[in-house]
Every structure is written in structure tokens, then in C-alpha cells.
Design a protein around this ligand. Structure first.
Ligand SMILES: [Ca+2]
Length: 199
């Protein structure tokens, strides 16, 4: 009569003895398969399927959720940066899209906004800048030119006129001189009258 000895083989210790994809739980006379955290065991295929935390809405992301194999990660919409907790987002002062603007990009309350240097204006594409003709809106009465750095205007006057102290109005040198001349003349006349000896 032969002895039947029941030997407990640990199938989990040898990959050739089990068909588990991820984890293996030994039991007397058998074994069972399991999965790592982030995976769900699929009994029909004996595989471990990724759990899509984003789709199942079991993620902790406050903004954008990106599913990964066995896990997920959080991201933020443009203008926001992920906090160190890995879940929440805060407004950032810098723009995430550095190629967005022709010149400068500043994050204004989460909106990445393009700015132009002084003397230039933003085009309707909200990205590029155009030179602004500062003279077209200047107060110069006669001649106008832009400073080399394109940031302000300089008024000037044609020959025969001179720039008033306000720096924007040209006045005729001739008128000024003739008024001065007539004033001097009147002054001289007054002196003559007063000085006229009454004999
Ligand atoms: Ca996942």
C-alpha cells in the first residue's frame, strides 16, 4: 500500500509554477493571483488591469488628472502651477507657454497675457507687437519726431519759429520780436512824454 504524502508546494516561489502577472498568494494545495495597488485583478483573463482613477473620479486632483499605468498624476491648466502636495494648483507669476508672446508674457490671475515694450502696441492676435506712431497722437504744434528708443516724442519748429517753454507749441520769432519792438517803442514814447520839459 502506497503512502500518499500531501506536499505543500509553494507555487508562488517559482514563476514556472504559477500564472500570476503581479502578486501571488500561496495556499495549501493551490495559490491565488493578485495585483499591486492601482491595478484591479481581472479573473476572466487572469491579468492585472490598470485602474483609471481619473475616469472613475477617485483621484485627488483639484484641476487636471492624468491616468498612468498603476497610478495617476495631477496637472494644472495654463497659468497655474502644481503645488508640492502634487494635487492642488496655484496661480503662477510666470507663463507656462514661453513662446506665446513676441516680447513679454505675464501671468495675470491665471491668464497668460502678452505685453509690448513702451512705444509699441499689442496686435489683434494678442501675441505680437507693432510700432506705435507716437507723433500721430502728440500735442506738437509743428514738427514731431520720436526719440531713438521709440518711447517718447520731441517737438521741434521750422525755421522762423521757436519752441515755447512748454516744449510743444511753436511761436513765430517775427511776431515775438515785432511785439517786443512795439512795446519798446511805446515805452520810449512814454518816457519822451514824461520827459518832455514843460516850459
Ligand atoms: Ca491608473
Amino acid at each position: 500500500m502506497a503512502h500518499c504524502v500531501k506536499v505543500n508546494v509553494n507555487e508562488c516561489l517559482d514563476p514556472r509554477l504559477n500564472t500570476c502577472q503581479q502578486t501571488c498568494q500561496n495556499s495549501v494545495g493551490s495559490y491565488s493571483c493578485g495585483c499591486y495597488k492601482g491595478f484591479a485583478y481581472n479573473a476572466s483573463t487572469n491579468t492585472c488591469d490598470d485602474i483609471n482613477e481619473c475616469a472613475r473620479q477617485i483621484d485627488r486632483c483639484t484641476s487636471v488628472c492624468i491616468n498612468t499605468l498603476g497610478n495617476y498624476r495631477c496637472s494644472c491648466t495654463p497659468g497655474y502651477v502644481l503645488n508640492r502636495d502634487g494635487y492642488t494648483c496655484d496661480v503662477t507669476s510666470v507663463c507656462t507657454n514661453s513662446s506665446l508672446c513676441q516680447y513679454q508674457c505675464i501671468n495675470v490671475n491665471g491668464n497668460e497675457t502678452c505685453f509690448c515694450p513702451k512705444g509699441q502696441a499689442l496686435n489683434s492676435d494678442l501675441r505680437t507687437c507693432r510700432d506705435v506712431d507716437l507723433c500721430s497722437s502728440s500735442s506738437c504744434s509743428d514738427l514731431c519726431s520720436e526719440t531713438p528708443d521709440n518711447t517718447s516724442v520731441i517737438c521741434s519748429c521750422p525755421p522762423g519759429k521757436s519752441l515755447a517753454a512748454n516744449g510743444i507749441i511753436c511761436q513765430s520769432k517775427h511776431n515775438r520780436n515785432s511785439r517786443l519792438a512795439s512795446f519798446t517803442e511805446r515805452l520810449v514814447t512814454d518816457v519822451d512824454i514824461q520827459g518832455d520839459p514843460k516850459v
